[in-house]
Design a protein around this ligand. Structure first.
Ligand code: C2E
Ligand code: CA
Ligand code: CA
Length: 466
């Protein structure tokens, strides 16, 4: 071998070694970059991309796959009140608790914000996934989270979607688990499995939404009115308007059959407007006929914003109704979701003399603390406590404490779901200001409501305005 060929061979070798080395280095760098691209920098968990990349092969394997999507309830409060750094600190702790709780059942990923997902490969039969989900929520509620020295109570909602049944791609599973999670949050049940029948984007829900606009014009929507009477049952103090839909092919639909769909779309705004105008027009007609009482209208959480004020003004102007005889019933959810927004809107309504009632009080997770600074006028005790009050002494304790506390805050207390004379009597003895329920009357179509007021001798002449 000549010196030249030795040099040549050496340089070839050097080049080969160098390029192999380079390839290895590039691969390593790519892997590190890849790893980074699949990792959530805050918690070190996998991110959305990691979820998709680990999910696809599991889906393809056909061995079954469940997706749990978890969202923390009211986490915005933590960020808003304590700052984002504090929020981040808590999210890191949450990631740790979730990972420890899930164990080897599947990877936990963070999809962004306060949203986490768990992929459970080959889930067991029956309620296996629900069991895993409940274990996660239990771990959150007993976990000791803190931002600095401030202890943080956490709760979450989980939506479940199962491969093959609820979706065939990861995209579909994510979308459906998200819908189920949202429904779980709204109904405050903690965990829900996706249900195509109640998905507004599924065929049935879409069809209903498409028909709703027409229904308003075609007089298919109707309000029924349920009387509210004074605590001693002697006087009519108002009516609550409750919407119904006489659907041409599906029959008589109750709010639960269509409102959940409507509330997730912009159609809730024209519906709210229609209900307000129709209810106040009815109230004005009754006033002219000698039944002069207040009108309560339910306001969905999603519409409790600045836009509501304009719609209310329009309805008042169109019907020439007295603001102080209009009660807007809002739920605790509205207050929990956006406490500051709710406070501002409620304050403006109050300035106009309109009354605001907190509906279903006790059913959610608001404490009286949430009501601080909220210029509401009335508290409506949720019917779950009222309807069983006589049989269950614990319920009566709750009801009597709420009445006492609300009175100390200067609020009017209404009990809904009064179904028996016995409960009406107890509520009267406890000092409840107003009663509503099947014992007095069911929600009635307008003519029947007027007839009821007349035959019961309750024309509201002595309405007391607080
Ligand atoms: P809600 O505001 O809590 O209304 C009271 C519901 O309880 C009504 O159901 C009423 O029929 C029922 N109820 C009344 N008295 C009794 C009783 O003694 N026992 C029992 N078991 N139930 C009683 P409905 O009409 O099906 O309405 C359900 C929910 O739909 C309402 O709950 C309200 O949140 C919502 N809703 C109704 N109409 C409207 C509306 O026009 N707009 C909005 N945004 N929501 C509405
Ligand atoms: Ca109500
Ligand atoms: Ca209620």
């Amino acid at each position: 071998m000549t010196a030249a060929s030795i040099a040549w061979t050496t340089s070839v070798l050097v080049i080969v070694v160098a390029s192999v080395l380079l390839t290895v280095l590039v691969r390593q760098r790519d892997r590190a970059r890849d790893e980074l691209a699949r990792t959530d920098p805050l918690t070190g968990l996998g991110n959305r991309r990691a979820l998709v990349e680990s999910g696809e092969p599991l889906l393809a394997s056909g061995r079954g796959l469940g997706l749990l999507l978890l969202d923390l309830d009211g986490f915005k409060d933590v960020n808003d009140t304590l700052g984002h750094a504090a929020g981040d600190e808590v999210l890191v702790q949450v990631a740790r608790v979730l990972t420890a709780t899930v164990g080897d059942r599947g990877p936990v990923t963070r999809l962004g914000g306060d949203e986490f997902a768990v992929l459970v490969p080959a889930p067991g039969p029956g309620d296996d996934l629900e069991v895993v989900a409940k274990r996660l929520l239990a771990a959150l509620s007993v976990g000791s989270f803190h931002a600095g020295v401030v202890p943080i109570d956490l709760q979450g909602s989980i939506g479940i979607a199962v491969a093959g049944v609820d979706g065939n791609s990861l995209g579909e599973l994510l979308q459906h688990a998200d819908i189920a999670m949202y429904a779980a949050k709204r109904s405050r049940v903690g965990v829900l499995r996706y249900d195509a029948a109640s998905d507004p984007h599924s065929a049935g829900g879409l069809e209903l939404l498409g028909q709703l606009r027409g229904a308003m014009d075609a007089d298919q929507l109707e309000l029924h009115y349920q009387p509210k009477v004074s605590g001693d049952g002697s006087r009519l103090v108002g009516f609550e308007a409750l919407v119904r839909w006489n659907h041409p092919s599906r029959g008589f639909l109750l709010p639960a059959d269509f409102l959940p769909f409507v509330e997730r779309t912009n159609l809730i705004h024209p519906l709210t407007r229609w209900v307000l105008i129709t209810a106040l027009r009815q109230a004005a007609t009754w006033r002219a006929q000698g039944v002069d009482v207040s009108m309560s209208v339910n306001i969905s959480a999603v519409t409790l914003d600045a836009g509501l004020l304009g719609v209310v003004e329009e309805a008042l102007a169109l019907t020439r109704w007295t603001p102080s005889a209009l009660v807007l019933e809002i739920t605790e959810t509205a207050v929990i979701n956006d406490p500051e927004g709710a406070r501002v809107t409620v304050a403006k309504l109050r300035e106009r003399g309109i009354r605001v009632s907190v509906d279903d009080f006790g059913a959610g997770s608001t404490s009286l603390g949430h009501l601080r600074g909220l210029a509401v006028h009335e508290l409506k005790i949720d019917r779950q406590f009222v309807s069983e009050m006589v049989a269950h002494p614990e319920d009566e304790v709750i009801v009597s404490s709420v009445i006492a506390l609300a009175h100390q805050l200067g609020l009017v207390v209404v009990a809904e779901g009064v179904e028996t004379l016995a409960s009406a009597d107890r509520l009267c003895a406890l000092g409840c200001d107003e009663l509503q329920g099947f014992f007095f009357a069911r929600p009635l179509p307008a003519e029947k409501a007027l007839a009821w007021a007349r035959t019961e001798g309750m024309t509201g002449a002595a309405v007391e305005l607080r």
